[in-house]
Design a protein around this ligand. Structure first.
Ligand SMILES: [Zn+2]
Length: 236
């Protein structure tokens, strides 16, 4: 039996037995891991506040032969205010759901992005979809897609009217449009470019026009499904 300490965020959990919970943690050091928390669903449980999604902290884990057991947690932030705003809560849940499904390996850069995105969502006055759109853009950037160039990704022509080609995950011109393309309006394209180039701590100062962020979300969520096979959770 060995003991390790990891920095982690709770991304999902399942109730087991009377008072136990199995959690999926996304950790800075080991990527996605599954841990058991014993007795945490009791009223007087010492670690009960660390068993919920969004809890970010340092987890002490004892590794036994079959399972990792959490023995102590030093909570850094549980992003409690997200639970007071249903729209922000859903946006936060979508971020955790993406992490839970996609992020397997340890990746310090992605770990920092997840925490920054949740901090922005929780503490800054940012309009709906801005944080989630930026988070999705960060993920596609990390996957190596660069679809915000001003040239058609297929023929290299300078872009006027734009279409997003789901087959390749990039933007093309009208001449290169195929049946798998979605029209990208100027409001949407502009929202994508601005969100991509604005840091999380400056998102609160943005005011995008023409509901571009909503269209951007529709495009990014369709692209996410095509690229990964997973559907994002429904927004309200
Ligand atoms: Zn083209």
């Amino acid at each position: 039996m060995s003991t390790t300490k990891v920095k982690a965020i709770v991304v999902s959990g399942t109730k087991v037995k009377d008072k136990d919970k199995i959690l999926n943690l996304y950790t800075l050091e080991q990527g996605n891991i599954c841990v058991s928390m014993r007795g945490v669903r009791g009223d007087k449980a010492k670690l009960k506040s660390a068993k919920e999604i969004f809890c970010f902290g340092e987890f002490v884990i004892e590794q036994t032969k079959n399972i990792n057991i959490v023995t102590a947690v030093d909570i850094i932030d549980n992003f409690y205010d997200l639970s007071k705003d249903i729209e922000k809560y859903y946006e936060g849940c979508a971020i955790l759901d993406i992490v839970d499904k996609l992020f397997q390996e340890a990746n310090a850069q992605l770990f920092i992005i997840v925490i920054k995105a949740l901090e922005t969502l929780c503490y800054d006055k940012v309009k709906k979809y801005y944080v989630l759109d930026k988070f999705l853009l960060d993920i596609f950037n990390a996957m190596g897609y660069q679809f915000l160039s001003n040239k058609c990704s297929s023929c290299n022509a300078v872009l006027g009217n734009k279409y997003f080609n789901l087959d390749v995950g990039e933007i093309v011109c009208p001449a290169c449009k195929t049946a798998s393309c979605i029209k990208v309006s100027e409001a949407c394209y502009s929202a994508l470019r601005i969100l991509n180039s604005t840091s999380y701590d400056k998102l609160f100062s943005l005011k995008l026009g023409g509901m571009g962020e909503v269209e951007a979300y529709n495009l990014l969520s369709q692209n996410f499904q095509w690229r990964t096979g997973y559907k994002l959770i429904n927004m309200i």
